[in-house]
Design a binder for this molecule. Structure first.
Ligand SMILES: [Zn+2]
Length: 660
């Protein structure tokens, strides 16, 4: 990015961030997720690092916290309460570490979880709590002494008669947060978006009785007064002796590997910690070295927060591209500036269909908030319209197939725009790839399929099973050994379960669970082919749309020929073993899974449910009995809440299995 572009971007970012911060800190209103706001701040911070002369005093990176509210008395901090630089990836952390090693002789590092709460400074005079203040803007905070006095983990009298300033975090434990929101909901009051908001809102109350009723907690993380401590680890000892609880799970390490492994282990156990943690703080352990490293702007150099993978992140849409799927549907995909989301690099986000583009009003050049739905596919949550550049144009739907150039069509009442050409090579290529995956042929990918199709060796999915090693003669990327290996693998996959075979056909709206239901009900592919709409609708879990898709699929002779061609090429379709499950404990119960599980894989969880007679479904409906919610759940979780379907955590689910 050149300097002029950077300047424009920086100005827009500052204005947007300021607006969000004002709403959040002054009006106590949340207009964007914390993660997305962090992401914008991080972008601004990085641009300012690249062009330091563009840093201005009023930049959001140059201040800390928020403006103190008028309703509280102001307190000027004797030493400003600084903020921390955030890093999100190992390479970013590595850059920080390299800088520290270059500028100092730091050898050991103090690690502690970054608890998501409200930072406060508490002053004791002769061992007695004298005053407490919020961070405010870093220099001036709000006097919240009376409220802080209500927090049980804050000592009113120290164990030693000392005059000290101690800083730390006021937070609300996860269980207390849940209770608080239940109560808010029972009283018909607004819910808190997260424990940080709840802690901040509870401390910044004019009536200390309200604060007292919220069951807040406090952990110390800084002893400002010099009591002879030479390292952060020693500070922890002194804080304990004074009667504080220092931040738990804190350790001293010396290598980058140790830092990384502690970060990982903290991330793994974060849900079980009982409080919200959004990352890990790494601080130079030796205080003299730490002080010697100094402060850049409002951030001490010797301290960094290594955040956990964000669930939401912002990025810029570089392009909107259209892809042709196996059903001929032309799907838009946003091409993004590469960014980190949920621990992986993301460069594309699905936009589903043109209606979705219109609903979100996503345009090329827009900054968007991304999130991960379910497990892997990033989606666009919203556009940060504030950051849109002047003269941007609304996206247009495609008028021709991007692959074969044929006209596109859109069926009445359907959202998908489809290529009208049944022989469109993109559709066939996708169909072959889809079938290869259903048959679990791992050795073949999109590139090989494209090569084989371009050479005219295969046209349709069943052709895979006619391949012989000689077909690969002269094809780029294939030798005798690799050709033999692939052909052997394909031959070994000729036997397939009916459910998987149905998946391989690629019928619209029929996913794995539905395919399993159909296989169980019809037993053979012939029975499925001759099923009427009424037969299909009669299958539990099969709705009208799925039923119509199945009928439409087999109504086309082209598709019946594909089935015949598989059989002619030696595919053996194995009928499911029918077991009477009506006496099993989960009979009649249907489950939906969303998010990742820890104690078992999703497949294992599904197997357990099926073994006990339960059914699985891909989408939440009123018929769903339970939704099992793991980590990073997708939209199914929200839908379950909206429909009031009982929700089970993984622990609840394991307990349920154990109780049967
Ligand atoms: Zn086409």
């Amino acid at each position: 990015m050149n300097k002029n572009d950077a300047k424009n971007r920086i100005e827009k970012l500052r204005a947007a961030i300021d607006e969000y911060r004002y709403a959040y800190h002054v009006l106590d209103r949340t207009t964007i997720s914390d993660a997305a706001l962090d992401s914008l701040k991080h972008e601004l911070y990085k641009l300012e690092q690249e062009f330091p002369d563009l840093i201005t005093q009023d930049s959001p990176t140059q201040r800390v916290g928020g403006t103190p509210l008028d309703k509280f008395d102001k307190v000027t901090h004797a030493r400003p309460m600084l903020s921390m630089e955030d890093v999100f990836t190992l390479p970013e952390f590595g850059e920080w570490l390299d800088r520290i090693k270059r500028l100092s002789s730091a050898e050991s590092f103090f690690l502690m979880p970054k608890i998501d709460g409200l930072a406060v400074s508490i002053i004791y005079v002769d061992g007695l709590l004298s005053s407490a203040a919020t961070r405010g803007d870093g220099k001036v905070g709000e006097d919240v002494t009376l409220n802080v006095r209500t927090i049980e983990s804050v000592p009113l009298r120290l164990k030693e008669t000392r005059s000290v300033e101690v800083r730390g975090e006021i937070y609300i434990a996860t269980k207390d947060f849940k209770k608080l929101n239940d109560q808010q909901s029972a009283n018909g009051e607004a819910l808190f978006a997260n424990p940080r908001n709840a802690a901040a809102g509870s401390v910044r109350q004019l009536d200390p009785k309200i604060t007292a009723s919220r069951h807040l907690s406090f952990v110390a993380w800084d002893l400002v007064t010099d009591l002879g401590q030479t390292t952060q680890a020693e500070e922890w000892e002194i804080l304990r002796e004074l009667g504080f609880k220092p931040t738990p799970d804190s350790v001293v390490v010396s290598t980058v590997e140790e830092v990384q492994s502690h970060w990982k282990s903290l991330q793994t156990k974060r849900d079980g910690l009982g409080f919200w943690v959004d990352g890990m703080v790494v601080r130079v352990n030796d205080n003299a070295t730490f002080d010697g490293l100094g402060v850049v702007g409002k951030t001490p150099r010797g301290l960094v927060a290594w955040k956990f993978p964000a669930e939401e992140v912002t990025s810029v849409v570089k392009d909107i591209q259209w892809f042709v799927g196996r059903t001929g549907a032309i799907t838009p995909v946003a091409v993004l500036e590469p960014t980190q989301l949920g621990g992986t690099t993301v460069q594309h986000a699905s936009l589903h269909n043109f209606d979705e583009i219109e609903r979100l009003d996503v345009r090329v050049g827009d900054t968007v908030v991304l999130y991960k739905a379910g497990d892997i596919i990033p989606k666009v949550k919203e556009v940060v319209v504030r950051l849109r550049f002047d003269g941007s144009k609304a996206a247009k739907p495609p008028t021709a197939c991007p692959v074969c150039g044929s006209a596109v069509e859109r069926k009445e009442g359907e959202v998908a725009i489809v290529c009208s050409n049944r022989q469109c090579s993109a559709q066939n290529q996708e169909a072959v790839l889809h079938a290869a995956r259903a048959f679990a042929i791992d050795g073949i990918g999109p590139a090989t399929i494209a090569t084989l199709m371009d050479a005219g060796i295969i046209q349709l999915p069943p052709d895979l099973f006619r391949l012989i090693p000689d077909d690969f003669n002269g094809l780029e990327g294939f030798g005798e050994v690799s050709a033999n290996k692939l052909v052997d693998e394909i031959r070994a996959r000729k036997e397939i379960l009916l459910a998987k075979f149905i998946v391989a056909l690629g019928i619209r709206n029929v996913g794995e669970e539905t395919a399993r239901d159909l296989a169980k009900r019809f037993g053979t592919v012939d029975a499925l082919m001759s099923a009427t709409l009424a037969d299909l609708v009669a299958v539990p879990q099969v709705g009208a749309i799925v039923a119509q898709s199945v009928v439409d699929y087999f109504a086309e002779s082209h598709h019946r020929e594909i089935v015949a061609s598989y059989v002619a090429n030696g595919i053996r379709i194995v009928s499911p073993v029918v077991v009477d499950t009506s006496n099993l404990p989960l009979a009649g119960k249907s489950f939906v899974l969303t998010g990742g599980l820890e104690a078992m894989s999703r497949e294992e969880a599904k197997e357990k449910i099926r073994a006990l007679g339960g059914d699985l479904s891909e989408s939440v409906s009123k018929k769903t009995s339970f939704v099992i919610v793991g980590t990073d759940p997708g939209s199914k979780y929200a839908k379950a809440q909206a429909l009031g379907i009982p929700i089970l955590s993984e622990t609840d689910f394991i307990a349920m299995l154990a109780s049967l």
